[in-house]
Design a protein around this ligand. Structure first.
Ligand code: FMN
Length: 349
């Protein structure tokens, strides 16, 4: 089976609504809101784009017949809802131009939407330009996926030069670039390195949802690296790690988002928008196109309700919500010297 098709099947098979670190953060309920549902504005803006909703469909597919069908459906969903989307890694189409249409279909269905192309770290500026030109992408995501490559039987084994190529691309590409993880999260050291190289937007994509070490282990004959299945920092921890960089850089979050409440939690920790992959793929494959559009619309309504409940009229105001973090997360913050009381009366339970 084609690798992308295997990833789709395994991501779907492993998808379940398990507990993750979003459950380790709680909002403090206050009885007075001084807000009304119709005063609430859930829009967001970053990298020069404005969005109707503070969440997006993250990079997943392309490169096979099945992936083309999924990209087509994501294109239709995006046109219907106005949501930002990204294709899966276009590395395959750069090597095999006959696969280009499996990505271009998303643009064909959604000619005026905001769509990001996606490539792996280590590719050249020239390849990045070709990726963007493939379907007139509005921006480029560059993914970093060291644990996945190491567990992937046919994965890369030499990781020199990733930061150099990222710097070359962000300096000269001419469209906005997001550097993203793929579900392993980011440390403050990683974000600092990216900022030094001129990166202006980062998707911390943390652990807690889709695990690409679990997926790659399932593709191995022997699953001897299954001890890496939970590798990485959760999305909540990655956002806490990002606190000091949030004024200099657009921080986006993804990884383990199961419901609208998780989106609001990520926004309250400073994400400008929140990406969803596994939950959308599962909804699409289990319930189909119409139900996926309905889920996005339902989340928009739930966000309005949650902003009202928290007494916040805009997405930007969410960073002033009062939150409580569990002992485990607080311990991480203390060990790493992270002040999680930056924005509001934030404490631990
Ligand atoms: C089937 C599948 C394929 C993916 N392919 C890519 C990819 O090509 N490039 C990429 O940057 N991330 C890829 N991802 C990772 C997601 O963009 C996201 O970072 C990760 O799945 C964590 O989010 P989640 O827990 O909501 O799934 C893929 C995810 C899934 C489920």
């Amino acid at each position: 089976m084609n690798r992308k098709d295997e990833h789709i099947s395994l991501a779907k098979a492993f998808h379940k609504e398990k507990s993750n670190d979003f459950d380790q953060l709680r909002f403090i309920h206050h009885s007075f809101s001084e807000t009304a549902l119709d005063e609430v504005d859930i829009t967001t803006a970053f990298l020069g784009f404005s969005f109707k909703q503070p969440f997006y469909i993250n990079a997943m597919t392309g490169g096979s017949k099945r992936a083309k069908d999924i990209n087509q459906q994501i294109g239709i969903i995006a046109k219907e809802t106005g949501i930002m989307t990204a294709t899966g890694s276009v590395n395959a189409a750069l090597k095999q131009p006959e696969l280009a249409d499996t990505y271009q279909i998303m643009r064909k269905e959604n000619p005026n939407g905001i769509i990001f192309a996606n490539i792996g770290a280590g590719l050249s500026l020239e390849e990045a330009k070709r990726a963007v030109e493939l379907f007139h992408a509005d921006g480029l995501q560059i993914h970093v996926n060291l644990p996945q490559e190491l567990v992937m039987p046919e994965g890369d084994r030499d990781f020199h030069g990733w930061l150099d190529t990222i710097e070359e691309i962000v300096t000269s590409l001419g469209v906005p670039v997001i550097v993203k993880e793929v579900g392993f999260g980011m440390s403050s050291e990683t974000i600092a390195q990216l900022l030094e190289r001129g990166v202006q937007a980062v998707d911390v994509s943390g652990q807690g949802g889709t695990s690409f070490t679990q997926i790659e282990n399932a593709r191995r004959q022997k699953r001897e690296l299954s001890f890496l299945n939970d590798w990485g920092q959760s999305t909540v921890i990655s956002l806490l790690e990002s606190q000091t960089f949030q004024k200099d850089c657009t921080i986006l979050a993804s990884g383990g988002v199961r419901q609208s409440l998780d989106i609001v939690k990520a926004l309250s920790l400073g994400a400008k928008s929140v990406g969803i992959a596994g939950t959308i793929l599962n909804q699409l494959m289990t319930h189909g196109l119409d139900e996926t559009i309905m889920l996005i619309q339902q989340w928009e309504n739930e966000l309005k309700m949650l902003y009202t409940l928290l007494g916040k009229k805009t997405t930007a105001e969410l960073v002033t919500t009062d939150i409580i973090l569990s002992n485990e997360i607080s311990h991480w913050c203390e060990s790493r010297g992270i002040s999680y009381q930056t924005f509001a009366k934030r404490s631990q339970y």
